[in-house]
Ligand binder design. Structure first.
Ligand code: GLA
Length: 386
């Protein structure tokens, strides 16, 4: 049974559960429909002396902690069906690990989320060579993508909303991309506890842009083991098969009669060992689904994820045409997360709303080109219930 959000919070507060600080960081009194000002604290210092801050936001029963480093969601706490909170997002408790070894935990990704083949593309007759960091390919913006920079962050409250504005300027030529790109990302928590991301960018030269968020979800709580029992729905009849370097071949293949069919809700683990050549190559799911809705003016349903044990449900709505579903295939037990547990393969999953990977090299994929005078705008909404 799906409980009403307000009931859960009220029940938790009455049971004295909501005020218990979980995971790391400062305890804040929990309120429902709060609109409380975001709280800023020092999280760590980089080798060059720059300070990284952590912002804590809380509204409608959702607690979000965000770093000025890469706009990283360091912790996202949600109540289960009994009102008990858990951090459902993988991360670290210190800045050194984020700098040294994060596989993009919780980060904002840019200038181009996902892969560009050989880090090369041609735009208006000019060829560009990007920073290459994934074999011969460029992944998530190159060696120093947007996830590896300090962003300027401002906290705000607006009516019953609380949120953060995050700003980053990527100069012309950074990581090989043309044009100075001014980026503004807004994280908003509304009174129902929904987390909305609004991305905006402008450029002074034609360029390509594909921004996304790289939260690793485990709705049972980070460090609690596999996500294979989570149930997933993706309203997509097609996906983009890849070569062995995870670069799309250009084909939009049908999901029907393959393990890639998530149009009807199914547990992630049901077909993950089906041995489909695409899964073997990717060590699980690590593909872009072409959402049936396509590009939409407003965010529309892109995925639903449900953990039957805790009762937590995440619904994602996006205006983007694609969704990368990644089952944490490269987590290998060498990273220790916020709660002190090591993360192993399949201990989390990512649902990255996006344009298709390698779009700049595929004329049949929707365009990712941004020109001077245009504003790149896209939004993703995460709705939680339990
Ligand atoms: C994305 C990619 C994966 C992997 C992770 C980070 O989701 O699709 O192949 O690189 O990022 O480890």
């Amino acid at each position: 049974m799906e409980l009403n959000r307000r009931t859960v919070i009220a029940g938790a507060a009455a049971a004295g559960v909501a005020a218990s600080a979980l995971g790391t960081g400062t305890a804040q009194a929990a309120t429902s429909g709060g609109g409380k000002k975001p709280v800023k604290e020092l999280f760590g210092t980089l080798a060059d002396g720059s300070k990284v801050y952590r912002w804590s936001l809380e509204n409608g029963g959702t607690r979000l902690k965000v770093l000025s480093w890469g706009g990283v969601v360091q912790s996202l706490e949600l109540p289960d069906r009994h009102g008990k909170y858990a951090n459902v997002s993988l991360g670290f408790d210190n800045i050194a690990d984020y700098v040294a070894k994060t596989p993009y935990f919780g980060a904002l990704i840019g200038r181009y989320g996902n892969r560009i083949a050989k880090g090369q593309f041609t735009l208006d007759g000019k060829s560009y060579q990007l920073s290459v960091n994934d074999g011969v390919n460029s992944l998530h913006g190159g060696t120093q993508g947007f996830d590896k920079h300090i962003w300027d962050v401002e906290g705000f409250t607006s009516g019953s909303d609380v949120g953060l504005h995050l700003y980053y300027t990527s100069v012309d030529g950074e990581m090989g991309y043309p044009g100075t790109l001014k980026v503004k990302v807004t994280y908003t928590l509304n009174k129902h506890g929904d987390w909305r991301i609004d991305y905006e960018a402008t450029t002074d030269k034609a360029t390509v842009v594909n921004l996304t968020s790289h939260v690793y979800w485990n709705l049972a709580g980070e460090g609690s083991g596999t996500i294979e029992h989570h149930e997933l729905t993706i309203p997509a009849s097609r996906y983009t098969p890849t070569d062995s370097g995870l670069i799309p071949t250009g084909e939009l293949a049908k999901v029907s009669a393959t393990p890639f069919d998530f149009r009807k809700t199914k547990p992630i683990g049901r077909d993950i060992r089906a041995g489909h050549v695409q899964q073997v190559q990717a060590k699980g799911y690590d593909h872009n689904w072409a959402l049936d809705k396509g590009i939409t003016a407003k965010p529309e349903h892109a995925a639903t994820l449900h953990d039957p044990h805790s009762g937590r449900t995440l619904k994602i709505a996006s205006d983007q045409p694609g969704l990368q579903f990644y089952t944490g295939n490269f987590l290998d037990g060498t990273l220790t997360g916020t709660g002190g547990h090591t993360y192993r393969q399949g201990d989390a999953l990512c649902l990255e709303t996006q344009h298709f990977p390698d779009s700049p090299n595929h004329a049949n994929f929707p365009s990712t080109v941004l020109r001077p005078g245009q504003t790149y705008k896209t939004s993703t909404i995460h709705t939680f219930s339990s």
